[in-house]
Design a protein around this ligand. Structure first.
Ligand SMILES: *Cc1c(COP(=O)(O)O)cnc(C)c1O
Length: 419
């Protein structure tokens, strides 16, 4: 059952009316459900109970401190891709020893900060990055626990912009050169190769690419151990898809069983890095119809959210369900709408010819499945203030990131002394 449902004719999140939140916070706003966040995390962790496995939430999907803390309270670790995200994870209460630092271009400053914090592991993606890490760690007199992200050359069968596991992608080290890289690493000061990492893409809806990638990782593990490396950790990445429209992502139990069948006898600690699957369907973006405009051939619903607030439709041709906050009357006849934002770009389009119940000016609509890669990818293009974020918990709600005023936005800028 979804936590988003009509009650008394109004869409609610848990026991909170979205119309009431809109009155208090204004539109547009992002809203997340604690019950859904907790349910998704518990389902993930529960599926792997009985395996030596831990969940490191991939912060980049939604890095609001309150969201991170909700997971931290349940025992989650964090997968971070910048020093900023590492500081968020620590500030939200994730202990350093549960933080994994991923990413294809970590700077020396980021490496130093990660080693100072004493995080669990750095996932290294290239030889130059390895050499930099060796220098940094050696200069600090510490040893960096390293996993190499290998690129298994597997087609994740997802959108090209979020596929990361093919040879031609920028990510990871070539599978065929992995043994050389581990040998090189073992000879460098300040480096201890402890694991293998893999992450082949996002929004995967089929188990087969995961299985292919993990089998390659297991084969590599045997080779590396034969080469004398003490590899005890496998980081299997994230990437499990969610239902936006009619996708049927794999069952968590099937995913966990597949992982066990491949890694169960390897004696390795498993790390999982889900992002989207924990937060995507726990969040929505609520917006108001500014005008309904009848064009020559099309009817446009111009809403007060725009591509700068939720970029997924223009970036990935992504689909988001759209529902009115006021429950449509029984028998309401749907009509096709182009749902668009007010930004001066044709790409500022959320949906084309989408069948929707009749909309009028000032109606509220909710964009569904907007909890992942939504608020975190927003910008203030067109000097539109960043959309506030709201967290619901039962009958309560709280603004977890307020909307800045335009005056605050302007005050953050500086005039050079010659102007
Ligand atoms: C983005 C990313 C994740 C999370 O991916 P989702 O598809 O959101 O689950 C996990 N690990 C790494 C290394 C990533 O880059």
């Amino acid at each position: 059952m979804s936590v988003f449902a009509y009650r008394y004719g109004v869409l609610h999140a848990e026991s909170v009316s979205l119309a009431a939140v809109a009155r208090e916070v204004g539109t547009p706003f992002y809203l997340y459900s604690t019950a859904a966040l907790e349910a998704h995390y518990s389902a993930y962790a529960g599926a792997f109970a009985g395996q030596d496995a831990g969940v490191c939430y991939a912060l980049k999907a939604n890095s609001n401190l309150a969201v991170i803390r909700t997971f931290a309270r349940l025992g989650a670790g964090g997968d971070v891709v910048s020093v900023g995200e590492m500081k968020r994870a620590l500030a939200a209460g994730i202990p350093a020893e549960r933080i994994v630092f991923s990413g294809v271009g970590k700077t020396r400053e980021e490496m130093r900060a990660a080693l100072e914090a004493g995080i669990h592991q750095l996932n290294v993606e290239s030889i130059p990055e390895l050499e930099a890490l060796s220098e940094v760690a050696d200069s600090m007199g510490v040893v960096a626990p390293v996993a190499f992200r290998v690129n298994p050359d597997v087609d994740a069968k997802t959108h090209a912009k979020i596929a990361t596991g093919k040879k031609e992608n920028k990510f990871g080290i070539d599978y065929d050169h992995a043994r050389e890289v581990y040998n090189r690493a073992a000879a460098l000061p300040g480096i201890k190769p402890v694991g293998i990492a893999v992450h082949i893409g996002s929004q995967l809806t089929d188990l087969a690419p995961f299985r292919a990638a993990y089998e390659r990782v297991a084969a590599l593990l045997h080779q590396l151990r034969a080469d004398g490396h003490d590899i005890q950790r496998l980081d299997l990445g994230g990437g499990l898809g969610i239902t936006y429209k009619s996708e049927r992502p794999p069952d968590l139990a099937d995913y966990a069983a597949m992982v066990r069948s491949i890694t169960g006898n390897l004696g390795c600690r498993i790390t999982l890095e889900p992002g989207r699957s924990l937060v995507g369907n726990a969040g929505i973006l609520v917006s108001k119809v500014i005008y309904v405009k009848q064009g020559l051939h099309r009817r446009f619903a111009i809403v007060d959210a725009a591509m700068n607030d939720l970029i997924r439709p223009s970036l990935y041709e992504a689909y988001h369900g759209i529902v009115p906050v006021a429950e449509p009357e029984a028998g309401a006849v749907e009509q096709p709408y182009d749902v668009v934002g007010p930004v001066c770009e044709s790409g500022d389009t959320f949906a084309v010819q989408r069948p929707l119940p009749p909309l009028r000016d000032d109606d509220l609509v909710a964009f569904l499945s907007a909890g992942a890669y939504g608020a975190v990818m927003s910008s203030s293009y067109n000097t539109r203030p960043l959309v506030p974020e709201v967290l619901v918990n039962g009958e309560r709600f709280s603004v977890i990131r307020p909307r800045p005023t335009v005056e605050e936005m302007l005050a953050a800028e500086r005039m050079p002394d010659w102007l």
